[in-house]
Design a protein around this ligand. Structure first.
Ligand code: GDP
Length: 474
């Protein structure tokens, strides 16, 4: 029997479904109240006659127009993410904008000529997978494509692997930017070689991932990188949206400004946002008083994939909060108020939704789960690999799967906890402790983190659990 399929593990986004949790709850002797925040919010909106999923399903094909891809830049620290985002933005400043003051609003859009057409691409300009995963934890997936930056002199580093695991777990296609090729010790071939081990095989090696050699510092290869992003978008993604309706989207950054009050950067996902619209974003509501783009210019309306900074909300939404335009001001306010109330209850119920290794064992005995999702963190890569290898050798019957969603070197971090939260994984820490924030978040979210200093004990627990035999801890 093939128990563990690494390729499958890497892209696994499946987690325990609701029914399983409910049954599990009954099994454990308490009633599980299903409060997946997304579901609850969906119900809440339906109460106002807003069914966003249905709305998308009912969309007439003829009303859909191509929208720009939304891109996040990820990679190891110091590999050049920030510099690359700057280079992309600089090379595409049009004459009219040159000299204007560029604003950091959390995202920007550039235009580029591709295949004889002017095409736009939207970049989230907070680099890194942490923001990406934090948003995903709130149910918002805004990124269509991830650019994985790898410094050609440094090669694959722990956060490179972390970033690619996060992108793959979210099912987001990756374009690899092999950066710093201007350096004398740059070895772009080695980067390609190293990444094949993680399932990212370059086109020139017979795979389907585009690798582009760039230098963010010397402005080399930037245009090729933009072309690769658009080719990847056109090859596998159906990026279309209806611009002719009330806007829906996600808040990607927000703050309180001394002079302007709450300012929130929103990314339009469908429809068109206009000055004067009544909107609700998470638990914030109001009327769009003014909109500003990344060049500091006032904007009257914003189409799909366009990031704009909005003024006029009564409070500051969180990154990842969804927003929508309502017919009347009153409705926006009522939705916000109901969400406030729901958020208070959700905190409590959340903890009950997650699964611990003991719960898993029990559910397994009853045949109610099929996979155990794990995140492995260790002090040295040798230990992580050894543990992973041994885990793969555990033999259990073929109805059970072990999925390793992410493995890495270093302390258990908040972003590990976020990933565990989304995909109902258990975190195994080998000779590492969580940092304070990760510990708090795990407690809040009810994520099970287990620490070991002997591989054998970790192996024993997981094996017992997979075989439905784990003894509860006292
Ligand atoms: P981040 O941590 O990934 O955002 O990395 P930064 O963009 O801050 O870059 C880290 C360092 O690498 C900075 O000193 C950059 O100037 C430098 N750097 C970035 N890109 C290049 C490049 O293409 N070539 C060279 N030689 N240095 C670069």
């Amino acid at each position: 029997t093939i128990l563990f399929n690494l390729g499958e593990m890497a892209t696994a986004t499946e987690s325990l479904d609701e029914a399983t949790f409910e049954v599990l709850g009954v099994e454990l002797g308490y009633k599980v109240q299903m409060v997946s925040p997304e579901d609850e919010d969906k119900e809440l909106l339906e109460g106002f006659g807003l069914d966003l999923e249905q709305e998308l399903a009912d969309e007439d094909d003829g009303d859909l127009e191509i929208r720009p891809p939304v891109v996040t830049v990820m990679g190891h620290v110091d590999h050049g993410k920030t510099r690359l985002l700057d280079a992309i933005r600089q090379t595409n400043v049009t004459a009219g904008e040159a000299g204007g003051i560029t604003q950091h609003i959390g995202a920007y859009q550039i235009w580029t000529e591709h295949d004889g057409h002017e095409r736009a691409i939207t970049f989230i300009d907070t680099p890194g997978h942490e923001a990406f995963t934090a948003m995903r934890a709130r149910g918002a997936q805004v990124t269509d494509i991830a650019i994985l930056v790898v410094a050609a002199d440094d090669g694959i580093m722990p956060q490179t692997v972390e970033a690619l695991n996060h992108a793959q777990a979210a099912g987001v296609p990756i374009v690899v930017a092999v950066n710093k090729i201007d350096k004398p010790d740059a070895n772009p071939a080695r980067v390609r070689q190293q990444l094949t081990e993680y399932g990212l095989v370059a086109e020139e090696y017979g795979g389907d991932v585009m690798f582009v050699d760039v230098s963010a510092r010397e402005n080399i290869g930037i245009q090729d990188l933009l072309d690769a992003v658009l080719l990847t978008a056109d090859a596998g993604l159906d990026l279309r949206a209806n611009p002719n309706k009330d806007a829906r989207g996600v808040a990607i950054e927000a703050k309180l400004d001394k002079g302007r009050g709450s300012v929130a950067t929103v990314l339009i996902q469908s429809g068109t946002l206009r000055v004067g619209d009544a909107i609700v974003a998470g638990t914030a509501y109001g009327r769009v008083r003014a909109m500003m783009d990344e060049n500091g210019d006032a904007v009257e309306e914003a189409a799909p994939a366009r990031p704009v900074q909005v003024q006029g909300l009564n409070s500051v939404p969180r990154a990842g909060d969804t927003f929508l335009v309502t017919d009347e001001d009153r409705m926006a306010r009522q939705i916000a108020e109901k969400r406030e109330a729901a958020a208070r209850n959700a905190q409590l119920a959340k903890a009950r939704k997650r699964i611990s290794l003991e719960d898993f064992t029990r559910a397994l005995e009853e045949g109610k789960v099929e996979s155990l999702n794990l995140i492995i963190k260790g002090d040295v890569s040798g230990a992580v690999e050894a543990l992973e290898e041994s885990l793969m050798k555990i033999e259990v019957d073929d109805t059970v799967q072990l999925r390793i969603l992410h493995r890495g070197v270093g302390a258990v971090t908040e972003s590990d906890v976020d990933l565990a939260t989304i995909d109902n994984a258990i975190i195994v820490g080998f000779n590492v402790r969580p940092d304070q924030k990760a510990r708090e978040r795990a407690q809040r979210e009810g994520v099970d983190i287990r620490f070991y200093s002997v591989i054998y004990s970790a192996l024993e627990d997981i094996e017992n659990s997979l075989k439905g035999m784990l003894k509860p801890e006292f």
